[in-house]
Design a protein around this ligand. Structure first.
Ligand code: SF4
Length: 324
């Protein structure tokens, strides 16, 4: 027998610190419908750390960064996976869960990093630097992953680069992540010119102004930020590492130099920490809403497919990373 479903009303406690009471009624219908549909369709909802709190805390089964989402979906018995995130994340989920139906609520939820490079660009880089291994960030299409030797995340990029035993490595597509890793290793890194449109906008001057306005603030930056920003921060790490840092160190006051919803989602878990919130929105992440998650489950849309031959090669690059 099924246990009873939570209701939107019972979920409000989770988000009352970040969603004002006046906004809450706009969400309750969709939340109740999604919770019912999720069970009827034997679906799991994966939500990236940059999703808004009513998605992240009220309808998601699994939350985290893109790779954690795809990996954790592998251990579920779900028939359907709804990816509340951007397209490359849905493709990665499909690569690792080929027998499940993977849905993305909005096909236009893209990514400036993933869009900065194509499979033929990677082939050209290989021609230009023969024999140099290609490390590809997970924020890329399956077609780009398929051209790569190995994938990496912002959390494991250094370990992946150093695992290859090569004096030179091509690291795609995020120029800043590549330069931030180059600062930590003797291996020569050849970078591409891709940037995350959210993280590239932070500047060292932003951090200096924050430190003046909010004395003793702890500044955490994502490694997709420019190296000059990372140098001014107290700590740089992936979304998972930033969240861990707040949990372990419990700074009295913190600012996360990353996408806006990340602070809201972490703040829910740490009422004792003051979150200072200058942040940048990712317009792609914000295309996902409760309404289109509901429509995805109701109408089985939009089904994400990856060509079988491409998927096979892309999966290999992801699996090599998981083995490091
Ligand atoms: S935050 Fe940056 S890396 Fe993430 S989806 Fe948006 S544009 Fe892409």
């Amino acid at each position: 027998m099924h246990s009873s479903l939570p209701t939107a009303a019972s979920l409000y406690d989770r988000v009352r610190r970040v969603i004002p009471p006046i906004e809450w009624p706009a969400f309750t219908d969709d939340i109740d419908a999604i919770l019912t549909l999720r069970r009827e369709r034997n679906a799991v909802i994966l939500a990236h750390n940059y999703q808004t709190p009513e998605i992240f805390h009220c309808v998601a089964d699994i939350v985290g960064d893109s790779l954690a989402l795809a990996r954790r979906a592998m251990s579920t018995e779900a028939d359907v996976v709804v990816l509340a995130g951007v397209h490359f994340m849905a493709e990665t989920a499909k690569l690792l869960n080929p027998d499940k139906t993977v849905l993305i609520p909005d096909l236009d939820a893209g990514c400036s990093l993933a869009d900065s490079i194509t499979a033929s660009d990677v082939r050209l880089m290989r021609q230009r630097y023969p024999g140099v291994p290609v490390v590809t960030y997970v924020n890329t299409s399956a077609a780009v992953k398929a051209e790569s030797d190995i994938c990496c995340t912002s959390g494991n990029a250094l370990a992946v680069v150093e695992s290859l035993g090569a004096p030179r490595v091509i690291m795609l597509p995020d120029e800043y992540l590549a330069r931030n890793i180059a600062a930590q290793t003797k291996i020569e890194i050849i970078a591409w010119k891709g940037h995350c449109e959210v993280h590239e906008r932070f500047t060292p001057a932003d951090i200096r102004e924050l430190r003046q306005a909010y004395p003793n603030v702890t500044v955490l930056a994502h490694p997709e930020c420019p190296p000059e920003v990372v140098a001014e921060a107290d700590f740089a790490g992936s979304t998972a590492a930033m969240s861990d840092y707040v949990g372990r160190h419990r700074p009295a006051r913190v600012v996360l130099m990353t996408e806006c919803s990340m602070s809201d989602n972490v703040a829910v878990e740490h009422p004792e920490v003051e979150f200072v919130r200058p942040c940048n929105l990712c317009p792609h992440m914000k295309r996902i809403t409760l309404a289109n998650i509901r429509a995805a489950l109701e109408r089985n849309r939009h089904v994400v497919t990856v060509d079988a031959e491409v998927a096979g090669r892309a999966r290999l690059a992801v699996e090599r990373m998981l083995a490091v």
